[in-house]
Design a protein around this ligand. Structure first.
Ligand code: ZN
Ligand code: ZN
Length: 363
């Protein structure tokens, strides 16, 4: 990963924002910029220098992982040290921080650690996210990891098709999936695995429970693995037994919505337009009310990151962004269906990273 290039890109953004310095505390942002994967650190960036502050537990790890910033081991809070260091840099009369990732308590501590004359003026909340916006567009190294993670997810799904059967508990299904993921080399799951069967498939976030898979009904699997820090995310809904006409029709409506939205993905298209592509199909089928969430989200070091693929979102897609397309239909007390792919935006369209089968599978 080219951390020098990333910090360079951040500096250009800081210059444009009129900020001589920035303190970064959100760990995925910090990892993106510096390579550091520990759980306690802060990064300070000025136009000339970058310094990572962490504690003694991470001396060896930071030396190994961090290339584009100097490392300083501190005994107190790393973020306080970072703010104090910034305030001591010549020409740095002000430093930005991301208010989305700063608690009131933290800000109070930072101010208290500054010399009196700087307390009121030195720290300034960013008007919009800087690092998060850089992270939206993935570079080649990131795309390679995400492609591998996505394909790993597809292999897991294929495996699960041979495992899922009526009578199993949802948590047994989740346990098998997660066990195989670890054997495959996953560092972890992107989020708590969703296995929602029968009437529970109508819960958009039905985490695996003790519920027993029915003889007939939908089973939704929504899961992802982490490779090299990067998350994959996919959903498939399969059917146990023989679906009735309405179940099949509803499944095909969700599939059409999903494929229509995937086809709408292209550089320059707004996120709202992609959302509307999915929503229009379900509206036509009388299922608009049953589609109760947005169409997708950016994915990368975090499972949910910018951009959001939702109604009215004006952000335009750019080549290298990786987003999910995951429309769903949820009929409370009856059944639910969701289909989700990861898609990388290209200059001319979108490339699906999760090529697992989507036509209705009957088990
Ligand atoms: Zn998902
Ligand atoms: Zn998702």
């Amino acid at each position: 990963m080219d951390h020098f290039r990333r910090i360079g890109a951040l500096r250009r953004k800081l210059t444009r924002a009129g900020l001589p310095g920035l303190v970064v505390t959100h760990l995925p942002d910090l990892r993106y910029l510096s390579g550091f994967t520990g759980s306690s650190a802060a990064l300070a960036v000025t136009r000339r220098a970058a310094r990572l502050f962490t504690d003694g537990r991470y001396t060896a790890q930071a030396a190994e992982e961090v290339d584009a910033a100097k490392v300083e081991i501190v005994s107190g809070a790393p973020s306080v040290a970072a703010v104090q260091w910034l305030a001591a840099q010549p020409g740095v009369e002000m430093a930005g921080f991301d208010p989305s990732w700063t608690t009131v308590a933290e800000l109070t501590r930072w101010k208290a650690a500054l010399p009196g004359r700087l307390r009121r003026t030195f720290l300034t909340a960013l008007a919009g996210p800087l690092v998060e916006n850089l992270r939206r567009v993935k570079d080649e190294d990131e795309l390679a990891l995400m492609t591998e993670a996505a394909l790993g997810g597809c292999r897991l799904f294929e495996h699960m098709l041979g495992f899922i059967r009526p009578g199993l508990r949802e948590i047994e299904v989740a346990a098998e999936l997660e066990h195989q993921a670890r054997l495959m080399g996953a560092e972890g799951m992107s989020f708590e695995t969703i296995v929602a069967s029968g009437v529970r498939s109508a819960l958009p976030h039905g985490k695996a429970t003790n519920a027993v898979l029915p003889r007939r009904g939908f089973v939704t699997l929504d899961f992802g693995i982490i490779l090299g820090g990067y998350c994959s995310d996919m959903t498939r809904t399969v059917f146990l037994g023989r679906p009735k006409a309405e179940e099949r029709r509803t499944y095909n409506a969700v599939l059409e919505a999903q494929e229509t939205a995937v086809a709408a993905v292209s550089s320059g298209v707004s996120c709202g337009e992609v959302d509307e592509a999915a929503r229009a199909v379900l509206r036509r089928e009388g299922l608009a009310e049953a589609f109760s969430h947005s169409t997708g989200h950016g994915v990368g070091l975090e499972i949910h990151e910018a951009p959001r693929i939702g109604a009215g979102q004006t952000t335009r897609l750019m080549p290298g962004m990786v987003i999910t397309i995951e429309p769903g239909v949820y009929l409370a007390g009856r059944f639910g269906i969701r289909i989700e792919d990861m898609v990388v935006v290209t200059a001319t369209g979108g490339q699906v990273l999760t090529p697992a089968p989507k036509a209705l599978i009957e088990l």
